[in-house]
Design a protein around this ligand. Structure first.
Ligand code: HGA
Length: 610
């Protein structure tokens, strides 16, 4: 994923920019570049394909001297990885820009700009921004205004940093749909897509809001403007160094910390991938749109928790894109004769990208006639990512707890983006706008659900002495029930099974008595009435019921019935939301039982053996 660093300093900025790029390497990228304004206001640029070290080698031969500059690591969405396509992009020799995101109307803008005489030298969508800025600067003769006028013409998502020879004291930054923060220095100011890039120079940050434009200038001056062009002040936050990704940050276990990080990492996974009303298809890679157009079937292959995410995706892809979808565990798939219909997309899901069975399944699939492969993964540069045609990185950050939590919900978010993208290339568009809006609101809803922690903890007491539990769900919530059962098994060692609620009477009902708690996931969807009948079947047999229900459903806690009210959420996104109380339940039961929550017996985090 792309990274941006910018600096206006009292000293030469090359080293600050390089160190910033190194700190963003963990996100994955294919090329890197830098532009610095020299003391005599000349714009000098270096770009290199591959690692930041390759750029560093070039800079060792020809250093970029100057106190103001911008730099970038690129993960191509438009145009292959090449030096020509690497950022910064220039318009003539006076202006340079770095960009994260996707400009959806780049073809229309390019046509206009070419007609006005601008010559394009790259295959990127970003280059239109450079020429647009140049045109607007010619008209406004003011860089801030040129940026404000240009961004008003852009559709899609962007974080930008711009420098111009005619305004040699300033960097202008702008964001919409992709993150950008201002680093506050002493007599210096910085810009980056991720505060981690700037911890070398400051721990004070201003988080830019949607539509904000900022002017950083020599002396450390920072002027912020909102989407309407009004001058605004935003608070400065101190970055907590101690709360690193590999510390528990005050939580008793990594798992609990990771459960509580979910609203933040879901927001990060959505960053830069949503337009105003639709998903940005090229978030999946340069060739995504063309490849997705020919998709007639989807095969999803995964293991463990990731397999459950795939199972949810089957409901989503068939409903939102109308594409038949099969989901299979990798260890089964790789050893059978698989029929691959024409136009089948092969999708793998893995937190680590090194899961042995999933990787072997990808290699097996590459020998078959698939249309292409897509990896949804949390670790850039992992084998799965390197060997797949397309990738979509989840932004869960390092997951230390062996039982997956935030990696699962970010996979679900990524899979919803896939369902929407396949739907979009097949002509669906406006009708999915409410889901796109729901995705934007999802981090807030997740925070409300996390506030139920205390209530779930109280419910968990009923499980500590039990040896078995049954989880029920219907539709896309059946795999969520499976995931709830898996979490309980993994960390509390209680035997748990999940059933589609309609299957209860076909066998498992025989197990129900007062010693078998039954947990049901009950969102307010079209299957609710059917689910309620299944729950009556349990009550009639003296079972103890725990129902996680939409707050609008009329169902009260009474003898042998415990109701946890979950905030209302759209049908489409409910599986993501209902996962959270099930994770919390497993966690609290495990704590009561005194197990090793973060490293449960017999299990490993990244299963790199068959
Ligand atoms: N669209 C630009 C930037 C890509 C990006 O932000 N990737 O994460 C390009 O293809 O260069």
């Amino acid at each position: 994923m792309c990274g941006i660093v910018g600096a206006v300093a009292e000293r030469h900025v090359q080293e600050i920019l390089l160190e910033g790029l190194r700190r963003l390497e963990y996100r994955g990228y294919d090329s890197a570049g830098m532009a610095v304004l020299s003391d005599d206001a000349r714009l000098n640029r270096q770009r290199a394909v591959g690692k930041v070290a390759a750029l560093e080698n070039k800079l060792a031969d020809a250093a970029l001297k100057g106190t103001l500059g911008i730099a970038h690591t690129r993960w191509a969405t438009h145009g292959r990885p090449s030096e020509q396509n690497a950022h910064p992009h220039q318009s003539g020799d006076s202006l340079a820009v770095v960009h994260n995101g996707i400009i959806e109307n780049h073809e229309t803008l390019k046509g206009e700009l070419e007609a006005q005489g601008y010559v394009f030298t790259s295959e990127t969508d970003t280059e239109v921004i450079a020429h647009l800025l140049s045109r607007e600067f010619t008209l406004a003769q003011d860089l801030l205004q040129a940026v404000q006028r240009s961004v008003a013409l852009l559709e899609g998502a962007y974080a930008l940093a711009v420098v111009h020879r005619a305004d040699p004291d300033a960097i202008i930054g702008a964001r919409k749909g992709s993150p950008l923060v201002v680093g506050v220095g002493i007599g210096e100011a910085f810009l980056a897509s991720d505060p981690l890039a700037l911890l070398q120079v400051t721990d004070r940050f201003i988080y830019m809001m949607e539509g904000d434009v900022v002017r950083l200038s020599q002396g450390g001056s920072i002027e912020l403007f909102d989407a309407g062009g009004e001058r605004v002040e935003r608070p400065t936050h101190i970055f907590e160094h101690g709360d690193g990704v590999t510390s528990k940050g005050g939580y008793r276990h990594f798992m609990l910390k990771e459960i509580h990080e979910q609203s933040q990492v879901i927001a990060a996974t959505l960053e830069g991938r949503l337009g105003d009303h639709q998903v940005l298809v090229n978030s999946f890679g340069t060739d995504a749109e063309q490849l997705f157009r020919g998709v007639r079937q989807v095969h999803i292959i995964a293991c463990g928790t990731s397999y459950h995410a795939g199972m949810v995706a089957r409901y989503w892809i068939e409903k939102l894109a109308g594409v038949p979808t099969q989901v299979e565990v990798a260890s089964e798939y790789r050893y059978r004769e698989v029929v691959v219909p024409e136009g089948t997309l092969f999708v793998t899901l893995s937190q680590s990208g090194e899961t042995a069975d999933t990787l072997a399944a990808l290699r097996f699939a590459k020998q078959r006639d698939y249309r292409g492969s897509l990896a949804i993964c949390n670790v850039p540069g992992s084998s799965l990512v390197r060997e797949s045609d397309l990738t979509l990185m989840t932004q869960a950050g390092p997951e230390i707890g062996v039982a997956s939590t935030k990696a699962f919900t970010t996979q679900l978010v990524a899979l919803m983006l896939l369902a929407l993208a396949l739907g979009r290339v097949r002509g669906a568009n406006g009708e999915h706008a409410p889901i796109v809006q729901g995705l934007r609101e999802l981090p807030g809803v997740i925070n409300q659900v996390l506030a139920l922690d205390g209530e779930v903890e109280r419910l968990s007491m009923a499980f500590a002495e039990k040896h078995h539990a049954l989880f029920l769900g219907r539709g896309a919530h059946f795999p969520i029930a499976q995931e709830g059962a898996l979490k309980l098994k993994e960390i509390s060692y209680i035997h748990a099974e999940a059933y589609p609620a309609g299957e209860l009477k076909h066998g498992p009902l025989a197990l129900v008595d007062s010693e078998m708690p039954v947990i049901a996931v009950a969102p307010n969807d079209e299957l609710l009435e059917k689910l309620k009948s299944n729950l009556q079947e349990v009550r009639a047999r003296g079972g103890e019921l725990f129902v996680f229900a939409d707050e609008s459903i009329r169902m009260e806690t009474s003898a042998h019935l415990h109701v946890l009210r979950v905030p209302a959420v759209s049908d489409a996104l409910a599986p993501i939301v209902y996962t959270i109380p099930l994770q919390l339940l497993a966690y609290h039961v495990a704590v009561l039982k005194g197990t090793d929550v973060d490293q449960p017996r017999n299990l490993a985090k990244s299963v790199t053996v068959e």
